[in-house]
Design a protein around this ligand. Structure first.
Ligand SMILES: *Cc1c(COP(=O)(O)O)cnc(C)c1O
Length: 385
């Protein structure tokens, strides 16, 4: 179908919850996307940090093909090998506790909030300014952004919002605190790296008062920053992390991964999800995790990311750059949404704007230096136009 036909269907039949660009993608391979006319685009957004291994990575595709023709679904009333193996590998690669599977980032945070409250017998969840944890009610209540929350009041009670600073975090935690929930690097609010002091203060306050420290690694995890998990690059180990986005190699799966302290909080019947950890998505995730948990790939992410950050700073209209690994953003003195639109429609480069003056880049971890150079050239053209 043509783009115009799809737009006509959208106007009649699709809930208007997204502002789509006038582009139809029909195929993807590696760092490239193709529209219905065969035009090639460089994808430096990865479906918002999902296709971290590039589009249609052959090992992920092979794992899915094999599993989808063997067994698609049986529910969590029974064992399947992909789910058990994925849980084992996720635990061994991170906090060494236990894993609860779900289907998205929001659901992973819902599970984390429920777990923390059960562990504490109620209590407050402390979150920070500009956080994004998802759109379902618990996750939305942990997302202190007026425009996202206000139309949907009343929210879930018991959330407390503080600046992401050591002093404020230290003061916010007390005997009634169930958890502090943080993104190590805030994604949706424009790649804001939390300071080491803030993370250390949160860890100390949680230890003092018996609260859980939970890191939302839905966006910054799975190799994005040049470590498998972003917390590894800080001096702080959390009690649990949440993951989703890139976890399934392009398919929808989320996970709450605990450390030993929270591993046995949930009992049978406490929480669940029909599709969670199904054999197809678990097989895809196992392949994605094996490919991502590779020192050579992670070193490439750190090296190329450092180079890109420096190059980004030299582009016209760029005032400042932020990020770690291949989770990057720049602050510009022109309209970021307009630059992003020009980049897409005129330069065939996919990036996005997280605010009126912020452009975010989430290139695939497998991106080559020549492709990164070409993407920066295209972004430079879109900025200068
Ligand atoms: C995207 C995101 C979420 C929500 O994930 P969904 O899969 O869209 O529900 C939660 N936390 C962070 C940090 C995210 O980037």
């Amino acid at each position: 179908m043509s783009l115009e036909e799809l737009q006509a269907i959208e106007r009649r039949s699709v809930v208007a919850s997204y502002a789509r660009f006038p582009v139809q993608f029909v195929r993807g391979q590696g760092a490239r996307l193709y529209d219905e006319e065969g035009n090639e685009y460089l994808d430096f957004l990865c479906g918002i940090g999902v296709t971290n291994l590039g589009h249609c990575h052959p090992r992920v595709v092979a794992a899915v093909r094999e599993q989808v023709g063997t067994l698609m679904h049986v529910s969590n009333l029974y064992y399947t090998e992909p789910a058990m193996r994925l849980a084992q590998r996720l635990s061994q690669s991170s906090l060494g506790g236990k894993v609860f599977f779900c289907n998205s980032g929001a659901e992973a945070n819902e599970a984390a909030i429920k777990l923390a409250r059960k562990a504490r017998g109620g209590g407050e969840i402390v979150v920070v300014h500009n956080a994004f944890h998802g759109r379902t009610y618990g996750a939305l209540s942990a997302t202190p952004q007026e425009s996202k929350q206000a139309p949907f009041a009343p929210l879930v009670p018991g959330f407390r919002v503080v600046p992401p600073e050591a002093g404020a975090l230290g003061e916010a935690v007390n005997e009634r605190t169930a958890a502090v929930l943080l993104e190590v690097i805030q994604g949706e609010s424009g790649v804001n790296v939390l300071t080491e002091e803030a993370l250390i203060a949160a860890r100390r306050a949680c230890d003092t008062h018996g609260a859980a420290l939970i890191f939302d690694e839905v966006q910054c995890g799975m190799g994005r920053t040049g470590a498998l998990w972003a917390y590894e690059q800080t001096g702080v180990a959390p009690d649990a992390i949440t993951a989703a986005k890139a976890l399934g190699g392009g398919l929808p799966i989320g996970a709450l991964i605990t450390g030993p302290r929270l591993a046995d909080v949930f009992a049978p019947g406490d929480h669940g999800s029909t599709f969670a950890g199904g054999p197809v998505v678990a097989s895809a995730a196992l392949a994605a995790l094996e490919l991502t948990d590779d020192p050579k790939l992670l070193a490439h992410v750190r090296e190329l990311g450092g180079w890109m950050l420096a190059e980004l700073a030299e582009l016209p209209h760029v005032l400042a750059v932020r990020g770690r690994g291949l989770m990057l953003a720049c602050e510009v003195d022109v309209s970021a949404p307009e630059v992003v639109r020009r980049a897409l429609l005129e330069q065939r480069l996919v990036v996005n704007a997280t605010g009126p003056t912020t452009i975010r880049l989430l290139p695939p971890l497998i991106v080559t230096e020549p492709d990164a150079r070409e993407a920066l050239r295209r972004l430079g053209e879109a900025l200068a136009a």
